[in-house]
Design a protein around this ligand. Sequence first.
Ligand code: APR
Ligand code: PHB
Length: 419
Amino acid sequence: MTRTIHTQVAIIGAGPAGLLLSHLLHFRGIESIVLEVRSRAAVESTVRAGVLEQATVDLLTICGVGERLLREGHVHHGINLRFAGQTHRIDFERLTNGRAITIYAQHEVLRDLIQAANHAGREIIFEAHDVQVHDIDTSQPRVTFTQDGQPTEVHCDFVAGCDGFHGVCRPSIPAGAIDCHQCQLQIGWLGMLVEAAPSSKELIYARHERGFALVSTRTPHIQRLYLQCEPHDDVAAWTDERIWSELRIRLETREDWQLIQGRIFQKCIVTMRSFVADPMQYGRLYLAGDAAHIVPPTGAKGLNLALADVSVLAPALAEFFETGRSDSLEHYSETCLPRVWRAQRFSAWMTTALHRLPGMEDYKSRLQIAELEYVVHSQAASASLAENYVGFPLPAVAQASLAAGRSKTHVCGTGSTCT
Ligand code: APR
Ligand code: PHB
Protein backbone atom coordinates (compact mmCIF):
# COMPACT_ATOMS: atom_id res chain seq x y z
CA MET A 1 0.00 0.00 0.00
CA THR A 2 1.21 3.50 -0.77
CA ARG A 3 2.24 5.57 2.24
CA THR A 4 1.22 9.25 2.12
CA ILE A 5 3.18 12.16 3.62
CA HIS A 6 2.01 15.80 3.78
CA THR A 7 4.47 18.67 3.89
CA GLN A 8 4.74 22.26 2.70
CA VAL A 9 7.90 21.93 0.59
CA ALA A 10 9.23 18.71 -0.90
CA ILE A 11 12.94 19.14 -1.52
CA ILE A 12 14.65 16.75 -3.94
CA GLY A 13 18.36 16.32 -3.24
CA ALA A 14 20.45 16.53 -0.06
CA GLY A 15 23.29 18.53 -1.57
CA PRO A 16 24.23 21.99 -0.34
CA ALA A 17 21.17 23.61 -1.98
CA GLY A 18 18.57 21.14 -0.65
CA LEU A 19 19.96 20.90 2.87
CA LEU A 20 20.40 24.64 3.36
CA LEU A 21 16.94 25.31 1.93
CA SER A 22 15.39 22.92 4.43
CA HIS A 23 17.39 24.57 7.23
CA LEU A 24 16.35 28.12 6.23
CA LEU A 25 12.69 27.11 5.86
CA HIS A 26 12.74 25.54 9.30
CA PHE A 27 13.91 28.90 10.64
CA ARG A 28 10.77 30.48 9.24
CA GLY A 29 8.54 27.75 10.67
CA ILE A 30 8.00 26.06 7.30
CA GLU A 31 7.91 22.28 7.11
CA SER A 32 9.85 20.44 4.46
CA ILE A 33 11.05 16.96 3.66
CA VAL A 34 14.30 16.19 1.85
CA LEU A 35 14.46 13.17 -0.49
CA GLU A 36 17.94 11.96 -1.40
CA VAL A 37 18.77 9.00 -3.63
CA ARG A 38 22.17 8.28 -2.04
CA SER A 39 22.98 7.00 1.44
CA ARG A 40 23.94 9.40 4.21
CA ALA A 41 27.45 7.94 4.24
CA ALA A 42 27.86 8.59 0.51
CA VAL A 43 26.57 12.17 0.81
CA GLU A 44 28.87 12.87 3.74
CA SER A 45 31.98 11.49 2.09
CA THR A 46 31.83 12.53 -1.57
CA VAL A 47 34.72 14.87 -2.28
CA ARG A 48 33.74 18.06 -4.08
CA ALA A 49 34.86 21.68 -4.01
CA GLY A 50 35.99 23.55 -0.94
CA VAL A 51 36.20 27.30 -1.51
CA LEU A 52 33.61 29.38 0.35
CA GLU A 53 33.08 33.01 -0.55
CA GLN A 54 32.86 35.56 2.22
CA ALA A 55 29.05 35.86 1.75
CA THR A 56 28.68 32.06 1.99
CA VAL A 57 30.59 31.95 5.27
CA ASP A 58 28.43 34.80 6.60
CA LEU A 59 25.25 33.04 5.45
CA LEU A 60 26.13 29.73 7.11
CA THR A 61 27.26 31.48 10.27
CA ILE A 62 24.20 33.70 10.62
CA CYS A 63 21.85 30.75 10.24
CA GLY A 64 23.66 28.76 12.93
CA VAL A 65 25.69 26.17 10.99
CA GLY A 66 29.00 28.01 10.88
CA GLU A 67 30.49 27.04 14.21
CA ARG A 68 32.77 24.22 12.97
CA LEU A 69 33.46 26.07 9.73
CA LEU A 70 34.77 29.07 11.69
CA ARG A 71 36.84 26.77 13.87
CA GLU A 72 38.24 24.37 11.27
CA GLY A 73 38.07 26.32 7.99
CA HIS A 74 41.18 28.08 6.71
CA VAL A 75 40.87 31.73 5.80
CA HIS A 76 42.91 32.69 2.72
CA HIS A 77 43.57 36.33 1.92
CA GLY A 78 44.82 35.76 -1.60
CA ILE A 79 45.56 33.31 -4.43
CA ASN A 80 48.60 32.84 -6.64
CA LEU A 81 48.70 32.85 -10.42
CA ARG A 82 51.74 31.03 -11.79
CA PHE A 83 52.80 31.29 -15.43
CA ALA A 84 56.07 31.53 -17.39
CA GLY A 85 57.89 30.17 -14.35
CA GLN A 86 56.83 32.99 -12.01
CA THR A 87 54.24 33.32 -9.27
CA HIS A 88 52.13 36.43 -8.78
CA ARG A 89 49.98 36.88 -5.69
CA ILE A 90 46.52 38.42 -5.97
CA ASP A 91 46.07 40.08 -2.61
CA PHE A 92 42.36 39.93 -1.76
CA GLU A 93 42.74 41.83 1.46
CA ARG A 94 44.25 44.87 -0.24
CA LEU A 95 42.15 44.70 -3.40
CA THR A 96 38.73 44.03 -1.87
CA ASN A 97 38.76 45.97 1.34
CA GLY A 98 39.63 43.08 3.59
CA ARG A 99 37.43 40.36 2.11
CA ALA A 100 38.65 36.73 2.03
CA ILE A 101 37.70 33.17 1.13
CA THR A 102 37.56 30.15 3.44
CA ILE A 103 38.74 26.66 2.56
CA TYR A 104 36.27 24.16 4.03
CA ALA A 105 35.27 21.04 2.10
CA GLN A 106 31.73 20.84 0.72
CA HIS A 107 31.08 17.50 2.44
CA GLU A 108 31.93 19.13 5.78
CA VAL A 109 29.24 21.76 5.07
CA LEU A 110 26.86 18.86 4.34
CA ARG A 111 27.77 17.10 7.58
CA ASP A 112 27.03 20.29 9.52
CA LEU A 113 23.67 20.73 7.80
CA ILE A 114 22.68 17.08 8.32
CA GLN A 115 23.59 17.34 11.98
CA ALA A 116 21.47 20.50 12.34
CA ALA A 117 18.53 18.68 10.67
CA ASN A 118 18.87 15.72 13.02
CA HIS A 119 19.11 18.00 15.98
CA ALA A 120 15.90 19.80 14.97
CA GLY A 121 14.11 16.52 14.20
CA ARG A 122 13.75 17.40 10.51
CA GLU A 123 13.45 14.46 8.21
CA ILE A 124 15.92 13.68 5.45
CA ILE A 125 15.00 10.50 3.62
CA PHE A 126 18.17 8.91 2.29
CA GLU A 127 18.10 6.13 -0.31
CA ALA A 128 14.81 7.42 -1.73
CA HIS A 129 14.57 5.65 -5.09
CA ASP A 130 12.66 6.36 -8.27
CA VAL A 131 11.79 9.91 -7.22
CA GLN A 132 9.29 11.49 -9.61
CA VAL A 133 7.51 14.83 -9.52
CA HIS A 134 3.88 15.18 -10.63
CA ASP A 135 1.28 17.93 -11.15
CA ILE A 136 3.83 20.74 -10.86
CA ASP A 137 1.57 22.94 -12.98
CA THR A 138 -1.15 22.74 -10.30
CA SER A 139 -1.31 24.16 -6.76
CA GLN A 140 -1.07 20.62 -5.32
CA PRO A 141 2.06 19.00 -6.68
CA ARG A 142 3.08 15.50 -5.61
CA VAL A 143 6.32 13.60 -5.38
CA THR A 144 6.48 9.82 -5.45
CA PHE A 145 9.36 7.57 -4.48
CA THR A 146 10.13 4.22 -2.91
CA GLN A 147 12.12 3.57 0.23
CA ASP A 148 13.04 0.01 1.20
CA GLY A 149 10.52 -1.10 -1.43
CA GLN A 150 7.72 0.96 0.18
CA PRO A 151 5.96 3.21 -2.37
CA THR A 152 5.42 6.67 -0.90
CA GLU A 153 3.59 9.77 -2.09
CA VAL A 154 4.37 13.26 -0.79
CA HIS A 155 1.61 15.87 -1.05
CA CYS A 156 3.01 19.39 -0.88
CA ASP A 157 2.55 23.02 -1.86
CA PHE A 158 5.89 23.41 -3.63
CA VAL A 159 8.67 21.24 -4.98
CA ALA A 160 12.30 22.42 -4.78
CA GLY A 161 14.48 20.77 -7.42
CA CYS A 162 17.89 20.70 -5.69
CA ASP A 163 18.94 17.45 -7.33
CA GLY A 164 22.00 18.59 -9.24
CA PHE A 165 22.68 18.68 -12.96
CA HIS A 166 21.70 15.04 -13.61
CA GLY A 167 18.59 15.03 -11.40
CA VAL A 168 14.96 14.35 -12.32
CA CYS A 169 13.44 17.76 -11.65
CA ARG A 170 14.63 19.83 -14.59
CA PRO A 171 13.74 17.09 -17.12
CA SER A 172 10.19 17.05 -15.62
CA ILE A 173 9.61 20.54 -17.01
CA PRO A 174 7.82 20.40 -20.38
CA ALA A 175 10.04 20.99 -23.39
CA GLY A 176 10.02 24.63 -24.43
CA ALA A 177 8.98 25.97 -21.00
CA ILE A 178 12.55 26.92 -20.10
CA ASP A 179 15.53 27.98 -22.19
CA CYS A 180 18.76 26.08 -21.65
CA HIS A 181 21.92 28.05 -22.44
CA GLN A 182 24.96 25.83 -22.53
CA CYS A 183 28.51 25.27 -23.64
CA GLN A 184 30.42 21.99 -23.27
CA LEU A 185 34.15 22.45 -22.76
CA GLN A 186 36.58 19.86 -24.11
CA ILE A 187 38.51 19.93 -20.85
CA GLY A 188 38.68 17.60 -17.88
CA TRP A 189 40.33 17.89 -14.48
CA LEU A 190 42.03 14.99 -12.78
CA GLY A 191 41.52 15.62 -9.06
CA MET A 192 43.76 14.04 -6.42
CA LEU A 193 43.69 13.90 -2.64
CA VAL A 194 47.17 13.58 -1.22
CA GLU A 195 48.33 12.74 2.26
CA ALA A 196 50.81 15.58 2.73
CA ALA A 197 51.19 18.98 4.29
CA PRO A 198 50.13 21.86 1.99
CA SER A 199 52.66 22.77 -0.70
CA SER A 200 51.54 26.38 -0.51
CA LYS A 201 49.84 28.60 2.08
CA GLU A 202 47.42 29.81 -0.61
CA LEU A 203 46.04 28.23 -3.79
CA ILE A 204 48.23 28.19 -6.89
CA TYR A 205 46.50 28.41 -10.28
CA ALA A 206 49.17 27.46 -12.83
CA ARG A 207 49.09 28.01 -16.59
CA HIS A 208 51.51 25.87 -18.61
CA GLU A 209 51.88 24.91 -22.28
CA ARG A 210 51.08 21.31 -21.28
CA GLY A 211 47.91 22.38 -19.49
CA PHE A 212 46.55 23.81 -16.26
CA ALA A 213 47.43 22.67 -12.74
CA LEU A 214 45.95 23.69 -9.40
CA VAL A 215 47.40 23.35 -5.93
CA SER A 216 44.70 23.52 -3.29
CA THR A 217 44.40 22.18 0.20
CA ARG A 218 41.90 20.59 2.55
CA THR A 219 43.50 20.29 5.97
CA PRO A 220 47.01 20.72 7.39
CA HIS A 221 47.58 17.06 6.41
CA ILE A 222 45.72 16.78 3.09
CA GLN A 223 46.38 18.48 -0.22
CA ARG A 224 43.89 18.78 -3.08
CA LEU A 225 45.66 18.84 -6.44
CA TYR A 226 44.26 19.04 -9.98
CA LEU A 227 45.71 18.54 -13.45
CA GLN A 228 43.99 19.44 -16.69
CA CYS A 229 43.35 16.25 -18.69
CA GLU A 230 41.14 15.02 -21.51
CA PRO A 231 37.48 14.85 -20.39
CA HIS A 232 37.27 11.17 -21.34
CA ASP A 233 40.66 10.12 -19.96
CA ASP A 234 40.80 6.88 -18.03
CA VAL A 235 41.87 7.45 -14.42
CA ALA A 236 43.85 4.21 -14.62
CA ALA A 237 46.09 5.80 -17.28
CA TRP A 238 47.19 8.34 -14.67
CA THR A 239 49.70 6.41 -12.60
CA ASP A 240 51.13 8.10 -9.51
CA GLU A 241 54.49 8.56 -11.27
CA ARG A 242 52.84 10.22 -14.28
CA ILE A 243 50.83 12.53 -11.99
CA TRP A 244 53.86 13.68 -9.99
CA SER A 245 55.98 14.13 -13.10
CA GLU A 246 53.24 16.19 -14.80
CA LEU A 247 52.63 18.27 -11.67
CA ARG A 248 56.35 19.01 -11.36
CA ILE A 249 56.54 20.16 -14.98
CA ARG A 250 53.41 22.29 -14.95
CA LEU A 251 54.22 23.87 -11.59
CA GLU A 252 57.87 24.51 -12.40
CA THR A 253 59.12 27.87 -11.16
CA ARG A 254 62.38 29.77 -10.90
CA GLU A 255 61.48 30.62 -7.30
CA ASP A 256 62.38 28.74 -4.17
CA TRP A 257 59.32 26.46 -4.04
CA GLN A 258 58.87 22.72 -3.57
CA LEU A 259 55.93 20.52 -4.41
CA ILE A 260 55.38 18.39 -1.33
CA GLN A 261 54.58 14.81 -2.36
CA GLY A 262 52.73 12.17 -0.41
CA ARG A 263 50.45 9.17 -0.83
CA ILE A 264 47.71 9.80 -3.42
CA PHE A 265 44.62 8.24 -1.85
CA GLN A 266 41.94 9.38 -4.27
CA LYS A 267 41.80 10.18 -7.98
CA CYS A 268 38.81 11.16 -10.10
CA ILE A 269 38.07 12.95 -13.35
CA VAL A 270 35.81 16.01 -13.39
CA THR A 271 34.27 17.03 -16.71
CA MET A 272 33.36 20.63 -17.38
CA ARG A 273 30.32 22.33 -18.68
CA SER A 274 28.61 25.67 -18.50
CA PHE A 275 24.82 25.64 -18.30
CA VAL A 276 21.99 28.00 -17.32
CA ALA A 277 18.25 27.23 -17.22
CA ASP A 278 16.07 30.31 -17.64
CA PRO A 279 13.69 30.71 -15.90
CA MET A 280 14.73 28.59 -12.93
CA GLN A 281 11.13 27.69 -12.27
CA TYR A 282 8.04 26.11 -13.80
CA GLY A 283 4.65 26.10 -12.06
CA ARG A 284 5.22 25.02 -8.46
CA LEU A 285 8.68 23.56 -9.19
CA TYR A 286 11.65 25.80 -8.29
CA LEU A 287 15.16 24.79 -9.35
CA ALA A 288 18.21 25.70 -7.25
CA GLY A 289 21.94 25.04 -7.50
CA ASP A 290 23.39 22.67 -10.08
CA ALA A 291 19.87 21.63 -11.17
CA ALA A 292 19.53 25.14 -12.62
CA HIS A 293 23.08 26.05 -13.57
CA ILE A 294 26.61 24.70 -13.76
CA VAL A 295 29.96 26.44 -14.06
CA PRO A 296 33.44 25.02 -14.72
CA PRO A 297 35.23 24.72 -11.36
CA THR A 298 38.05 27.15 -12.20
CA GLY A 299 36.33 30.09 -10.49
CA ALA A 300 35.24 27.94 -7.49
CA LYS A 301 31.67 29.23 -7.76
CA GLY A 302 29.35 26.14 -7.89
CA LEU A 303 28.78 25.64 -4.18
CA ASN A 304 28.51 29.37 -3.53
CA LEU A 305 25.90 29.84 -6.26
CA ALA A 306 23.83 26.92 -4.96
CA LEU A 307 23.69 28.42 -1.48
CA ALA A 308 22.94 31.92 -2.83
CA ASP A 309 19.92 30.55 -4.76
CA VAL A 310 18.31 29.06 -1.68
CA SER A 311 19.03 32.19 0.35
CA VAL A 312 16.60 33.85 -2.11
CA LEU A 313 14.14 30.96 -2.45
CA ALA A 314 13.61 30.42 1.30
CA PRO A 315 12.35 33.95 2.08
CA ALA A 316 10.24 33.94 -1.10
CA LEU A 317 8.50 30.72 0.01
CA ALA A 318 8.18 32.14 3.54
CA GLU A 319 6.53 35.27 2.19
CA PHE A 320 3.99 33.08 0.37
CA PHE A 321 3.16 30.97 3.43
CA GLU A 322 3.09 33.94 5.80
CA THR A 323 1.16 36.45 3.67
CA GLY A 324 -0.22 34.59 0.65
CA ARG A 325 1.78 36.95 -1.60
CA SER A 326 3.78 35.42 -4.42
CA ASP A 327 5.69 38.52 -5.63
CA SER A 328 9.09 37.26 -4.47
CA LEU A 329 8.46 33.78 -5.88
CA GLU A 330 7.55 35.35 -9.21
CA HIS A 331 10.85 37.26 -9.16
CA TYR A 332 12.95 34.27 -8.05
CA SER A 333 14.71 33.74 -11.40
CA GLU A 334 15.11 37.43 -12.04
CA THR A 335 16.73 37.82 -8.63
CA CYS A 336 19.12 34.87 -9.01
CA LEU A 337 20.11 34.99 -12.67
CA PRO A 338 22.29 38.14 -12.70
CA ARG A 339 24.55 36.53 -10.05
CA VAL A 340 24.52 33.26 -12.00
CA TRP A 341 25.56 34.97 -15.24
CA ARG A 342 28.24 36.98 -13.45
CA ALA A 343 29.66 33.70 -12.14
CA GLN A 344 29.37 32.17 -15.63
CA ARG A 345 31.37 35.06 -17.05
CA PHE A 346 34.04 34.86 -14.38
CA SER A 347 34.36 31.07 -14.52
CA ALA A 348 34.60 31.12 -18.33
CA TRP A 349 37.23 33.85 -18.12
CA MET A 350 39.36 32.02 -15.52
CA THR A 351 39.05 28.81 -17.55
CA THR A 352 40.04 30.43 -20.83
CA ALA A 353 42.90 32.38 -19.25
CA LEU A 354 44.52 29.34 -17.63
CA HIS A 355 43.84 26.21 -19.71
CA ARG A 356 45.36 24.77 -22.82
CA LEU A 357 42.31 24.81 -25.07
CA PRO A 358 41.71 22.56 -28.09
CA GLY A 359 43.18 24.05 -31.27
CA MET A 360 45.25 26.56 -29.32
CA GLU A 361 48.05 27.59 -31.61
CA ASP A 362 51.09 29.75 -30.82
CA TYR A 363 49.27 33.06 -31.37
CA LYS A 364 46.49 32.25 -28.87
CA SER A 365 48.99 30.93 -26.41
CA ARG A 366 50.85 34.26 -26.51
CA LEU A 367 47.60 36.18 -26.11
CA GLN A 368 46.92 34.09 -23.01
CA ILE A 369 50.26 35.11 -21.48
CA ALA A 370 49.59 38.76 -22.38
CA GLU A 371 46.21 38.53 -20.65
CA LEU A 372 47.77 37.08 -17.50
CA GLU A 373 50.59 39.65 -17.52
CA TYR A 374 47.96 42.37 -17.69
CA VAL A 375 45.95 40.85 -14.83
CA VAL A 376 48.90 40.66 -12.46
CA HIS A 377 50.42 44.04 -13.35
CA SER A 378 47.31 46.17 -13.56
CA GLN A 379 45.74 47.17 -10.27
CA ALA A 380 42.33 47.45 -11.98
CA ALA A 381 42.56 43.98 -13.54
CA SER A 382 43.83 42.35 -10.31
CA ALA A 383 41.01 44.04 -8.40
CA SER A 384 38.49 42.70 -10.90
CA LEU A 385 39.79 39.15 -10.42
CA ALA A 386 39.85 39.57 -6.64
CA GLU A 387 36.34 40.97 -6.27
CA ASN A 388 34.87 38.23 -8.45
CA TYR A 389 36.80 35.50 -6.65
CA VAL A 390 35.80 36.56 -3.12
CA GLY A 391 32.28 37.05 -4.46
CA PHE A 392 29.56 39.62 -4.20
CA PRO A 393 27.08 40.25 -1.39
CA LEU A 394 23.92 38.14 -1.45
CA PRO A 395 20.86 39.69 -3.13
CA ALA A 396 19.08 42.29 -0.99
CA VAL A 397 16.07 40.03 -0.27
CA ALA A 398 18.33 37.34 1.16
CA GLN A 399 20.25 39.86 3.27
CA ALA A 400 17.05 41.40 4.60
CA SER A 401 15.70 37.99 5.56
CA LEU A 402 18.93 37.01 7.32
CA ALA A 403 19.07 40.33 9.16
CA ALA A 404 15.47 39.85 10.35
CA GLY A 405 16.25 36.26 11.38
CA ARG A 406 19.40 37.30 13.22
CA SER A 407 17.54 39.81 15.35
CA LYS A 408 15.15 37.03 16.45
CA THR A 409 17.68 34.28 17.14
CA HIS A 410 20.10 33.18 19.77
CA VAL A 411 22.69 30.41 19.60
CA CYS A 412 22.08 27.39 21.88
CA GLY A 413 24.84 25.60 23.75
CA THR A 414 24.61 22.72 21.25
CA GLY A 415 25.80 24.95 18.46
CA SER A 416 22.48 25.02 16.59
CA THR A 417 20.44 28.20 16.48
CA CYS A 418 16.93 28.47 17.86
CA THR A 419 14.26 31.06 17.35
N1 APR B 1 16.45 11.70 -6.45
C1 APR B 1 16.93 12.13 -5.25
N2 APR B 1 18.11 12.77 -5.10
C2 APR B 1 18.81 13.00 -6.22
C3 APR B 1 18.36 12.60 -7.50
C4 APR B 1 17.13 11.92 -7.59
N3 APR B 1 16.66 11.50 -8.76
N4 APR B 1 19.30 12.97 -8.41
C5 APR B 1 20.28 13.57 -7.73
N5 APR B 1 20.00 13.58 -6.40
C6 APR B 1 20.84 14.12 -5.31
C7 APR B 1 22.31 13.82 -5.48
O1 APR B 1 22.62 12.51 -5.01
C8 APR B 1 22.96 14.92 -4.65
O2 APR B 1 23.18 14.52 -3.32
O3 APR B 1 20.77 15.52 -5.31
C9 APR B 1 21.95 16.06 -4.70
C10 APR B 1 22.42 17.23 -5.53
O4 APR B 1 23.54 17.79 -4.90
P1 APR B 1 24.69 18.55 -5.71
O5 APR B 1 24.96 17.86 -6.98
O6 APR B 1 25.80 18.76 -4.77
O7 APR B 1 23.99 19.94 -6.13
P2 APR B 1 23.69 21.29 -5.34
O8 APR B 1 23.09 21.05 -4.01
O9 APR B 1 23.01 22.15 -6.33
O10 APR B 1 25.14 21.87 -5.04
C11 APR B 1 25.98 22.37 -6.06
O11 APR B 1 27.66 20.85 -5.49
O12 APR B 1 28.41 19.31 -7.02
C12 APR B 1 28.70 20.44 -6.39
O13 APR B 1 30.15 21.58 -7.83
C13 APR B 1 28.85 21.53 -7.35
O14 APR B 1 29.63 22.87 -5.70
C14 APR B 1 28.50 22.66 -6.51
C15 APR B 1 27.40 22.21 -5.62
C1 PHB C 1 39.26 22.68 -4.46
O1 PHB C 1 39.94 22.87 -3.46
O2 PHB C 1 38.66 21.61 -4.64
C2 PHB C 1 39.13 23.73 -5.49
C3 PHB C 1 39.77 24.95 -5.30
C4 PHB C 1 39.66 25.92 -6.26
C5 PHB C 1 38.93 25.69 -7.41
C6 PHB C 1 38.29 24.48 -7.60
C7 PHB C 1 38.39 23.49 -6.65
O3 PHB C 1 38.86 26.66 -8.37
